[in-house]
Write a protein that binds this ligand. Structure first.
Ligand SMILES: Cc1ncc(COP(=O)(O)O)c(C=O)c1O
Length: 358
């Protein structure tokens, strides 16, 4: 009954990784594991959802025209270059469907966001993993592996490493003529973007989301930006009402919420600096990051990710153990930047943990 490829995924246990916790009462936990916005949702977005809750008896606008116009204005591209989906996760799936055939290969530099692999496998596309040496981006090495692939998924900034391939390197990858998917889910935190390059290259798709800076992860809105032809192909394979009414309205309001955007950038910038400084003082290795999370190395302290994760979880702090992240492993954890109080709790809890081990 089940297709061979899905059966293989089930047998190999390939699925979206969930944060592990050892505390029972979920409500007591501070989530520093999913790279959400520490301030929660844009208040303008929440307000409009409450005002329009009664409208859900009607289907949404299937092509999300008004939202595409708002996005086009926000990032400076034509609305015809924007495809909106149920989270950027949906756009990854659409890209596989619209640009690849069963049996094609997609390059996935690792460690990276697990959904690139899942979207590929679900669509019978074979992931071709290339490990980032010392978590650094070496475009020439990636290009060496690209002869037999149809596409490449590039996180920019990359999750969980937090760093990015530089512009010159990215242009080299695009120069191969393969479909290059640049995921800018954390683009507002990094303050750099190649979204305007979609006017120059017909093999580039940029992914962005409302789940991070706008704090709308629970609503599920993301988008892809490409040239008109590629965007039309993505629309062809999309289910007609994949972005619901309230999500469309809320996303439009969130784009206008400049105050919230600036506040979010500031709290992340300050929290990131605070965490980096204090984690390094405690002896952890902190990788350079442009996003709202930090990849933290434990080997200098002779620690392993599960023990750190368990300790923090018992203290009510959820972080991401990277043991089962392809290309990372038990020497690494990922911490999402929280509110100042959460960051301080995390540091004091780690300090106590290290003291108790002495
Ligand atoms: C690199 C990256 N891309 C995309 C996403 C998911 O975005 P969305 O919520 O829009 O599906 C995440 C979520 O953590 C992510 O880390």
């Amino acid at each position: 009954m089940i297709s061979d490829r899905v059966q293989r995924m089930i047998e190999a246990g390939i699925s979206y990784p969930l944060a592990k916790s050892s505390k029972e009462k979920k409500g007591e936990q501070e989530k520093l594991c999913s790279n959400e916005n520490p301030l929660g949702a844009s208040p303008k977005a929440v307000k409009v959802i409450k005002e329009h809750a009664d409208d859900i008896g009607e289907y949404p606008e299937s092509h999300a025209i008004r939202l595409k116009e708002a996005i086009g204005e926000y990032i400076g591209v034509s609305p015809t270059q924007v495809c909106v989906g149920n989270g950027s996760d949906e756009i990854m799936d659409l890209i596989c469907k619209a640009t690849m055939d069963p049996g094609d290969k997609a390059l996935i530099p690792i460690p990276t966001f697990s959904q690139y692999e899942l979207a590929s496998r679900i669509n019978a596309v074979k992931p071709k993993f290339v490990e980032l040496e010392d978590f650094r981006w070496d475009p020439d090495r990636l290009i060496e592996e690209m002869n037999d692939v149809k596409a490449a998924f590039i996180g920019r900034p990359n999750n969980p490493t937090g760093n990015s391939i530089d512009e010159a390197g990215l242009r080299k990858l695009i120069g191969t003529g393969k479909v290059i998917i640049v995921d800018e889910a954390y683009g507002e935190f990094s303050d750099y973007s190649v979204v305007d390059w979609t006017n120059d290259y017909d093999n580039l798709i940029v992914l962005r989301t409302f789940s991070k800076i706008f704090g709308l992860a629970g609503l599920r809105v993301g988008y892809g930006v490409a040239n008109n032809e590629l965007t039309m192909a993505l629309e062809r394979v999309r289910a007609p009402f994949s972005v619901n009414r309230l999500a469309q309205r809320a996303a439009i309001e969130a784009l206008k919420d400049k105050e919230f955007i600036e506040k979010s950038k500031k709290i992340v910038r300050e929290g990131r600096d605070y965490l980096k400084r204090n984690l390094e003082d405690l002896g952890f290795e902190v990788r350079p990051t442009d996003a709202n999370f930090l990849m933290v190395g434990l080997s200098q302290l002779n620690l392993k990710a599960p023990e750190v994760r368990n300790h923090l979880s018992q203290e009510g702090l959820l972080i991401r153990d990277l043991s089962d992240f392809r290309g990372a492993g038990p020497d690494w954890i990922r911490i999402t930047v929280g509110k100042p109080g959460q960051n301080e709790r995390l540091i004091s809890s780690l300090r106590e943990f290290l003291r108790d081990r002495e």
